[in-house]
Design a protein around this ligand. Structure first.
Ligand SMILES: Cc1cc2nc3c(=O)[nH]c(=O)nc-3n(C[C@H](O)[C@H](O)[C@H](O)COP(=O)(O)OP(=O)(O)OC[C@H]3O[C@@H](n4cnc5c(N)ncnc54)[C@H](O)[C@@H]3O)c2cc1C
Length: 459
């Protein structure tokens, strides 16, 4: 069953090989790695045929859904890259309220409007163009993850092509090992997911947004207050702090600073606005550079803002931590990540996950009360070294309050941290050994695969 594709197999001799390898990669900072071939899959059967062809040729298979992995995990040296970009299908079952979507479907641009028309919602990723494939496999910090949980918690089943080239359904009752792994293994899943089946929630009726812009001098006071206040803010509110260049609505720079934001999802606008009342207690409110107080908003408006902060094909270096410990120490240790950003386009987020709650049994298993991630965005490759040096130093400063990191914003070829509970990591390795003994599917792309899931300073 070689070469029977609806899509196309692109090899190194083809003139569009480079485009097939890199054209759909979000990060403009490109790797030098190259596969032997790229399968531009268009159907589920193409994926089955691709995995079988790889077995015949002794190729390792890597997969691309949305192409947003910052570290470009889909592009490996040698083997077959199966690109799912041309395989896009969506369907909704009224009876079960489950939406089924292929992995390259974009969470914000495609899945959200499709569900909106049906009065439903799925908390996909913040950036509208992120593919649901990589996002869900690594856990998925979607809209209001603080209240609604990890997006992977809403996965009710996945369809998977296994190492033998068989298409199987995986859920709580059949192929439960793959269902468990599909919710958190990220780029070491022993198969190709061809479809996700997702529980949806009713579409919210009101969205309200508070944004307070501050100068960096107020960082310690505001963050110390927020660490306490976040426990009292209702769980329909997503709470994010961003260290950044403050700007007017027209985009004019107001200099460095940070914003405190609350985005409330509720049945109607007044209820959403009421949920944001506690933000008015900020100790530095009178010194704020600007304040938007519980203003009506929409996901369309939020999507525009996300796209503005993350321009496609710019070059990015990013890193992240799960922050843990005494709030005063955390605030002190993460402060440089917010207040000493190296360029006007760099930014750092602090996303509240408080109060924390127990996670269901799935591969994803490491998260703390606050997520901190920095994105250094630049256009000139000559800026890479300076950005990297600054980021490494600022992340090292945060080590005493670092429990581990989130796969979504990580690059193990640069820095390896814990990303899974030890028992879950051991169980995942067993599943991989049983399901893919020959190593058909690419594993984590790491500087040192032998020391994965360890904080490098604890080795
Ligand atoms: C601008 C931007 C904003 C982001 N915002 C968020 C956010 O709000 N929340 C969040 O959690 N993350 C966010 N991320 C991180 C993002 O979720 C991850 O990079 C994720 O891996 C992207 O998924 P993808 O399918 O687009 O990536 P891809 O690069 O296509 O896939 C990443 C890897 O996942 C594996 N994989 C993907 N699809 C499959 C499949 N079908 N079967 C088997 N393995 C597969 C492969 O190993 C692949 O290399 C953001 C990233 C960017 C660039």
């Amino acid at each position: 069953m070689t070469g029977q594709f609806t899509g196309r197999l692109v090899t190194r001799d083809d003139p569009d090989f480079e485009d097939a390898v890199l054209g759909r990669v979000f990060n403009g900072r490109r790797p030098s790695r190259r596969p032997d071939a790229v399968l531009l899959a268009e159907t589920e059967q193409d994926i089955v045929a691709g995995v079988r062809l790889a077995a015949e040729r002794g190729w390792t298979v890597s997969v691309r859904s949305g192409g947003h992995a910052w570290a470009v995990w889909s592009v490996r040296d040698g083997g077959l890259l199966i690109d799912l970009g041309g395989y896009r299908e969506l369907s909704y079952d009224e009876a079960t309220q489950v939406v089924s979507a292929t992995p390259s479907v974009k969470g914000g641009e495609e899945l959200t409007p499709y569900l909106e028309e049906r009065g439903r919602f799925f908390n996909g990723g913040h950036c509208p163009s992120v593919g649901i494939g990589g996002f869900l496999l690594q856990g998925g910090q979607g809209w209001n993850q603080r209240g609604w949980g990890w997006a992977a918690e809403s996965v009710v089943a996945v369809d998977v092509v296994t190492a033998e080239g068989e298409l199987v359904r995986c859920d709580a009752t059949q192929n439960a090992d793959l269902y468990w792994a599909a919710r958190g293994s990220g780029p070491s899943f022993p198969g190709v997911v061809t479809r996700f089946h997702l529980a949806t929630r009713p579409l919210f009726g009101g969205l309200a947004h508070t944004v307070q812009g501050y100068r960096n001098e107020d960082f310690t006071d505001v963050m110390t207050w927020l660490y306490e206040a976040t426990h009292r803010i209702p769980d329909n509110v997503e709470i994010v702090v961003v260290g950044m260049t403050l700007r007017t609505p027209e985009g004019e720079s107001l200099g460095p600073g940070f914003i405190v934001t609350g985005l409330a999802f509720a049945d109607d606008l007044p209820a959403a606005q009421d949920s944001l009342a506690i933000f008015r207690e900020s100790p530095a409110l009178s010194r704020a550079v600007f304040v938007k107080d519980a203003a009506p908003s929409s996901l369309a408006e939020q999507r525009v803002e996300q796209e503005r902060s993350n321009p496609e094909h710019a070059q990015y270096i990013c890193d992240n931590i799960w922050a843990e410990g005494d709030p005063a120490e955390i605030v002190e240790r993460i402060r440089p990540l917010f207040t000493e950003l190296p360029t006007p386009n760099a930014f750092t987020i602090w996303m509240s996950n408080l109060p924390t709650r127990a996670l269901p049994d799935m591969a994803f298993s490491l998260a703390t009360g606050a997520y901190v991630a920095t994105y250094c965005c630049y256009d000139d490759p000559a800026e890479e070294d300076a950005n990297r040096a600054w980021l490494e130093q600022a992340m090292a400063n945060a080590q005493p309050v670092t429990a581990g990191q989130y796969l979504g914003d990580s690059d193990f070829t640069r820095r390896q941290l814990r990303f899974m509970a030890d028992d879950n990591f051991a169980k995942l390795q067993e599943i991989i050994r049983a399901r893919d003994p020959e190593g058909r599917f690419a594993r984590y792309l790491a500087k040192d695969p032998a020391t994965l899931n360890r904080n490098h300073w604890e080795l």
